[in-house]
Design a protein around this ligand. Structure first.
Ligand SMILES: Nc1ncnc2c1ncn2[C@@H]1O[C@H](COP(=O)(O)OP(=O)(O)OP(=O)(O)O)[C@@H](O)[C@H]1O
Length: 421
């Protein structure tokens, strides 16, 4: 993949992908939901045209390969493929022979042998006469894998191919991939949310950021560091070695009690979706949250209303009036602290920052999330105000995770320790 970039319409999904999957390696692609993993696989299959860059298979642009030529190179197990037609399982698996056929499906003895072997390897022989539409999720995944194996291509592309499998079949499929890789040199590119299995079976891993840019590439040992996993998945983890295999094993560090925010009250200055993540996380923590002022129709206000939060509202598209600001001031004073979300500041909402200034004057802590000059559309006034707030003691937080971290610590300090004397 050379300098690959991709967008669905105006929405960028992948950027800066520049890497080579080596023949004979097991290569895992990991990242949070929606970061672009399946899209990357679709680009590798030539189903999507990149906005920039190219995908090359042995030097040839994938977009120039015919379907059959690609099928001879790579077999695919797509994510969540529904069984549309009531094929028998054996028929479905026989479709994997498409790339090898001139005539009818299954007509060649080599085809039949490949199909039976694929059924056997995936523990689906006993399902061969069943209709695919009646299979369980895990059975269907094994049948789709059988179809891919029957294709006998040198490369296997798997999109969460073991997500529905029980632990026994998951281990079995993992071992099968490793064996096919070792004995037949099968190249495997797989997407997975099972970090431990990915570390067990992969030679190299690619960790994608939420914005679809590569964050880390290397062996499981190199990639699975607490810092990398915190960056990509926003969870604190502890990494140990599996005592039996030596592969890294990831343990999420227990968060504080799920209701860590009970008793905490926070007023959030946000707008245009900038507060969404924080609103949800604070709500789950049990904190009392208030928001505003926000214009009616603002997505943060819709979310706050859906969660039943106290909010001060202004008419749509109108600048915040003195009366509304005063109402918001009174509401915000009921909260112990204030958080300023990474909002775009314009002349309409600039006055909201006065609430943060008032909070600081009254000794209530203010946390400012990721302040940036490029979100200032007031000719520098918002940026200057934010800078002054920071100079007066507002705390800068890099992102929502840091806000939550600090609030959890504050809440823990205020609460008496659990248990004990
Ligand atoms: N056909 C499409 N049109 C528009 N947007 C799309 C389309 N397919 C995917 N997306 C969006 O592109 C982003 C990346 O999607 P993709 O399926 O590649 O993510 P993913 O990393 O595989 O996620 P997951 O782990 O949830 O399977 C998501 O925000 C998704 O909503």
């Amino acid at each position: 993949m050379e300098q690959l970039e991709f967008a669905y319409g105006d929405t960028p999904v992948l950027r800066g992908i520049d890497l080579e999957v080596r023949a004979g390696e097991i290569f895992g692609v990991l990242g949070s939901n929606g970061c672009g993993k399946s899209t990357l696989l679709r680009l590798m299959r030539g189903l999507l045209a990149p906005c920039r860059g190219r995908v090359l298979w042995e030097g040839r642009d994938v977009r120039r390969l015919s379907r059959k030529a690609l099928a001879r190179r790579a077999a695919v197990v797509p994510q969540g493929a529904a069984a549309g037609f009531p094929f028998a399982v054996r028929e479905m698996v026989s479709l994997g022979r498409f790339a090898h056929q001139g005539g009818f499906v299954g007509a060649h003895p080599g085809d039949r042998a490949a199909v039976e072997k694929a059924l056997a390897l995936t523990d689906t022989l006993h399902l061969a006469e069943r209709e695919v539409t009646g299979l369980s999720g895990g059975e269907l995944q094994r049948v789709l894998l059988a179809r891919a194996l029957a294709q006998q291509a040198p490369v296997l592309l798997l999109d969460e191919a073991t997500s529905h499998l029980d632990i026994d079949h998951r281990l079995e499929i993992g071992e099968l991939l490793v064996r096919l890789n070792r004995e037949q040199g099968l190249t495997v590119v797989h997407i997975s949310h099972d970090l431990d299995q990915a570390a067990e079976i992969s030679h190299r891993l690619l960790l994608l950021n939420a914005d679809g840019s590569p964050w880390a590439l290397g062996t499981p040992d190199e990639v699975f560091t607490p810092a990398n996993l915190q960056q990509v998945f926003r969870v604190d983890v502890h990494v140990e070695k599996n005592p039996y295999t030596g592969a890294p094993r990831v343990y999420p560090v227990a968060r504080q009690r799920a209701d860590w925010g009970q008793g905490l009250s926070v007023h959030l200055l946000c707008g245009g979706g900038s507060g969404g993540d924080l609103l949800r996380r604070l709500y789950r923590s049990g904190a009392r949250i208030s928001v505003g002022p926000l214009n009616r129709g603002d997505s943060d206000l819709l979310l706050a209303d859906a969660l039943g939060l106290e909010a001060v509202r202004e008419a749509p598209f109108c600048p915040i009036s003195a009366q509304t600001l005063n109402d918001a001031f009174n509401l915000s004073r009921k909260a112990e602290l204030m958080v300023v979300a990474p909002t775009v500041w314009g002349s309409g909402n600039l006055a909201c920052l006065e609430l943060a200034d008032a909070a600081l004057k009254e000794g209530r802590p203010v946390l400012v999330v990721d302040p940036r000059a490029e979100r200032d559309y007031t000719g520098g006034r918002a940026w200057q105000t934010l800078s002054e707030l920071l100079a007066k003691g507002a705390q800068r937080c890099a992102d929502t995770a840091e806000v939550v971290d600090r609030l959890e610590k504050m809440a823990a300090m205020e609460k008496p320790p659990q248990g004990g004397l």
